[in-house]
Design a protein around this ligand. Structure first.
Ligand code: ADP
Ligand code: MG
Length: 237
């Protein structure tokens, strides 16, 4: 069976700066893959290329057997690419449930159906008790969970998580890790960016390390953390 996601020789240049340089990665169905690397390595840029926020300067992106390189973000979301966003300001003035309904409306045009889906997702993510609170009144760890909830409400095949575990207390991070496992157990494939290796390594099936826009190393987490190239990339950070 083909991979769910593949990037083939992807480049992203911003003027003279090369943010992604010939990046070819693949994510298999049902996997949890960690995309790690020092600050500025090009992780978020690659996420934007996969989600369709930007077109790559060169190379192609394949999702679920289809070339999506030039497909707009909204259409990729329809195809099953779900991603987290930082909770943007306008959403902060909305309740938790309304935030999640925005995600659910991607797939359910009937409001009653979207609301039912949103409640189900809030239950799943442990936010049900906070449904009618304003997003701005959530503590930071809950805001991260709300981002995940909104992405889940779009019913993705692939969930892209950008640093959703960063900056949490160890207990909150463990709750987050458990949620990611629970998501995968429902059959959703996960590609997650994290800067801090200690958090992601116990969770992922495979790790891909980016450095200076290139794939430096990829493999099983236990091998990746011991790789001298990875150690020196992080020490130079
Ligand atoms: P990471 O997420 O790994 O920290 P990014 O993908 O955010 O790295 O950034 C990679 C490089 O590309 C950085 O040098 C960053 O400054 C640059 N970059 C990212 N987005 C843009 C942009 N829109 N315009 C110009 N440079 C950018
Ligand atoms: Mg980033």
């Amino acid at each position: 069976m083909t991979a769910l996601l593949e990037t083939r020789g992807v480049w992203q240049r911003f003027g003279g700066l090369v943010a992604n340089s010939d990046v070819s990665i693949s994510v298999g169905r049902g996997e949890i893959v960690g995309l790690i690397g020092p600050n500025g390595a090009g992780k978020s840029t690659l996420f934007n290329l996969i989600a369709g926020v930007l077109p790559p300067t060169q190379g192609s992106i394949w999702f679920d057997g289809e070339d999506v390189t030039h497909m707009p973000a909204a259409e990729r979301c329809q195809r099953g690419v779900g991603r987290t966003f930082q909770v943007v300001k306008s959403f902060e003035t909305m309740t938790v449930i309304d935030n999640v309904i925005v995600g659910a409306l991607v797939r359910n045009t009937v409001m009653r159906e979207a609301r039912r889906k949103a409640h189900e997702v809030l239950e799943f993510t442990g936010l049900a008790a906070r449904a009618h609170v304003l997003a701005s009144d959530l503590v930071p760890a809950e805001k991260r969970r709300l981002e995940v909830a909104r992405a889940l409400a779009t019913e993705p095949k692939l969930l892209l998580l950008d640093e959703v575990l960063t900056g949490l207390t160890p207990t909150e991070a463990q709750t987050g890790v458990a949620l990611v496992r629970k998501v995968r157990d429902t059959g959703i494939t996960v590609l997650m960016v994290e800067h801090v290796m200690e958090i992601v390594m116990p969770l992922v099936d495979r790790a891909i390390v980016l450095d200076l826009g290139k794939v430096l190393v990829e493999g099983k987490p236990a091998d990746v953390v011991r790789d001298p190239k990875v150690i020196s990339a992080y020490l130079g950070d």
